[in-house]
Design a protein around this ligand. Sequence first.
Ligand code: PEP
Ligand code: MG
Length: 361
Amino acid sequence: EPELSGEFAELMKLADKYGEIKVRTNADTPKDAKVARNFGAQGIGLTRTEHMFFEMDRIKAMREMILANTVKGRKHALEELLPMQREDFEGIFEAMQGHSVTIRLLDPPLHEFVPHQLATQKELAEDMHISLQAVKNKVAELEEFNPMLGHRGCRLGNTYPEITEMQTRAIIEAALNLKERGIICKPEIMIPLVGTVKEFEAQEEIVRRTANAIFEERNDKIEYLVGTMIEVPRAALIADLIAEKADFFSFGTNDLTQMTFGYSRDDAGKFLPIYIEKGILKVDPFEVIDQEGVGQLIKLGTQRGRATKPNLKVGICGEHGGEPSSVEFCYNTGMDYVSCSPFRVPIARLVSAQAAIKTTM
Ligand code: PEP
Ligand code: MG
């Protein structure tokens, strides 16, 4: 794995001496986590657990979960995922050696798991001993015109609480296993796409109930936090209410930008260049935080959250977390940390120092 050395490493150490806003990384694998540690990341600000579901056996388990019609059937379908996820999290916790790790509960659009192809539908029907028609009916029932505005994030976890239970169990058991090996980690469990207090409460209840059950089973405990992404504009507006329940906030500026402008983040490359050339926008708001709009929601959300809980931990984990002007903006907003991809960590550390020094001049 790459690492920093020589004069560059010295310069970065100096930067950390002055930097105030912490720099974390977005990492989904132990390998990414190690690279980021070598680059000086002080923790993980976002593990996207949906990225752990690219392999066929895991997708298949999810498909069987969707097709199961009972709680028992859904739990059964997810059983084989539990040891895999526990191993995923153990690897990440171990790589981070006790530094903070924020793990986000599953956040793909559901349609990525819906079996659209006939061949797949036939195979599932056979394996699950159900009719092909039953599979087709379920697929039709779950069809969405706008998956990115639909069955995603906590909405998924509230429709299928079994997913939240399985992931929480994997996270907490991984942390307990590491504790037995002398590594203390305090997982930060993050709920995605929250827009109402009820959505957060429903997920939090599942997380805490599951964690308590494990503590009793194992007769052992660890500390953990339950927090939320702030990425739906409504969440920023009701941040004072959400902060009554959430232990921390992390701004998801990718979705927040998409929903504040009404620009599709997946198609922005097709139309933003025209907007920028015609001078309607100065820069790509998916690259640089738009301080006039999205930035106002970030400031408002932070202020309202901290009006309720003065010490509320606040960070950012959208792509902007590693872009210099955005890092400076986050520092000036009073955030505790930025989180960016591993290769942007050194830049963010430098900017963190520059931003802090600027305020003393
Ligand atoms: C975001 O929306 O900014 C975010 C970090 O989450 P994702 O990119 O996974 O939607
Ligand atoms: Mg998001």
